[in-house]
Design a protein around this ligand. Structure first.
Ligand SMILES: *Cc1c(COP(=O)(O)O)cnc(C)c1O
Length: 454
């Protein structure tokens, strides 16, 4: 007979499902508050004992204490960092993925799930204009995607140039590149060639100049373009970078963790021209494609190069590689082995709602940014737009404010549950920033927040 822990318990199921039903109905989702360590410690004290606890009591503790000390990234008033606004369909299917215990490593174990995930990767590849042979897998985030892709860049170049494993190499990045790319280069032992930007945007001309001025002893083997900087949503000159990359035999990686979703938005699609030449490309559906955490799509132009680098060699894994041409093992395309089939919630939501609904939701964020910049210019003489919004981020300043004014204002906004808006840095100055993404954010909410700055 099944042990107690693995037996179906209708009371606990009702309890948890009722909670989920309630959470799914919050409209709008409350922001909630930062945590108080002492209070949380007290609430959790003694909980993990030998006998266990009444599930109703544990769930109540989660609901009343823990969940209130988590700022809800899916609140329409969460405008910091990059928010999150999963569709209900995606959230619901995330629960299905959990209940199905899918092991997303291999075709042998999860062909059905992988076929669906690959359908989504195909859709994204097509929007980017990558060839039919492009493919990859879903990983946990942009950081994992950048790391997995740049390892392939490194090893592919090493082989092509006949370099020894310890040989020095460089990858060109802009001075605006995401911290996860810097991290990746530290991890994989590749040095940076930092290319200065013009207006925070990496151009082909600047890359060419940096290569010409560079130290010839250390080969530059790749370049990272950003399709939507996290701070300001700036899209690099991907076409120009691609041209230089072709000329100098560089691996061209595009980090579109935040902005890649703009491929689905006709109003900004032209900014991504050149992405079709990428050797690898990352976009985080848990950012602007409305999937739950944690979900990033990693796509290679020539997936077989990634397979040559990432396939793990262990006798018990030989069975995964039978030579069947149909097989597609996600484990072969990133540094992971065990993998949640985290592309499925996005697949379900896309299948249910259709791509037009995604286009509309993404355009809503772009429209909010544009309207906010116009509103600041028209009605708020104390405020100043720092640069015209490109995607869905707005960077702006309050004239006369010092750093501490921004920090105090930000804390006050959160305490009053008006908004979660953290300051950012811009050319050495502390400024304010909105990152729009949630289609439920309204201009009334924006006004309410801006009114606290005058
Ligand atoms: C968010 C972001 C990342 C990191 O992605 P994670 O999913 O947080 O790991 C990388 N690059 C850019 C441009 C980003 O916006």
């Amino acid at each position: 007979m099944t042990q107690r822990m693995h037996r179906y318990d209708p009371t606990m199921v009702d309890l948890v499902f009722d909670y989920m039903r309630e959470r799914l109905q919050y409209d709008p989702v409350p922001l909630d508050h930062p945590g108080d360590g002492a209070r949380l410690g007290e609430a959790l004290s003694g909980l993990l004992n030998a006998q266990g606890n009444d599930p109703a009591e544990v769930l109540k503790l989660y609901d009343h204490e823990l969940s209130r000390a988590v700022i809800s990234a899916d609140s329409p008033r969460y405008l910091s960092f990059i928010p999150c606004a999963p569709t209900k369909a995606a959230l619901l299917f995330d629960m299905v993925v959990s209940c199905a215990s899918l092991q997303g490593i291999s075709w042998l174990e999860a062909a059905g799930a992988i076929a669906a995930e690959n359908q989504v990767l195909r859709l994204i590849s097509d929007r980017a204009g990558l060839p039919d042979t492009a493919g990859g897998c879903f990983v946990s985030g942009g950081s994992a995607g950048n790391l997995s892709a740049l390892v392939v860049a490194r090893d592919t170049a090493r082989r092509r140039l006949g370099l020894a494993p310890g040989a020095r190499m460089r990858i060109a990045v802009s001075d605006q590149t995401h911290s996860s790319v810097t991290n990746t280069l530290n991890i994989i032992g590749v040095e940076k060639l930092v290319v200065p930007t013009e207006g925070h945007r990496l151009t082909g001309a600047a890359l060419r100049a940096a290569l010409a001025a560079g130290d010839d002893d250390i080969p530059v083997i790749g370049v990272v373009g950003t399709a939507g900087t996290t701070n300001a949503g700036i899209v690099d000159d991907l076409a120009g970078i691609a041209e230089v990359a072709r000329e100098f035999d560089l691996w061209f990686h595009v980090d579109g963790a935040y902005g890649g979703a703009g491929l689905f938005a006709p109003s900004v699609r032209a900014r991504y021209d050149g992405i079709e030449h990428a050797d690898s490309f990352v976009v985080d559906p848990h950012k602007w494609l409305f999937a739950p955490f944690d979900c990033a799509a990693l796509i290679y132009r020539k997936p077989w190069l990634a397979k040559g680098v990432h396939t793990q060699d262990a006798s018990y894994l030989d069975v995964l590689h039978t030579g069947d041409t149909e097989e597609w093992n996600p484990t072969d395309y990133a540094y992971h082995l065990t993998r949640r089939a985290r592309g499925l919630p996005l697949w379900f939501s896309l299948a249910v709602h259709g791509t037009d609904a995604y286009t509309e939701a993404i355009e809503t964020g772009i429209g909010l940014a544009r309207d906010t910049a116009a509103l600041i210019r028209a009605d708020y003489p104390d405020l100043e737009v720092v640069l015209d919004p490109v995607l869905s981020a707005v960077v702006f300043r309050r004239k006369g404010w010092a750093a501490e004014d921004y920090y105090a204002w930000s804390q006050r906004l959160l305490a009053e549950q008006t908004g979660f808006v953290t300051p950012t840095g811009w050319e050495g100055e502390v400024v304010a920033r909105f990152a729009f993404l949630h289609p439920g954010t309204t201009m009334d909410m924006v006004k309410e927040i801006l009114d606290t700055m005058v």
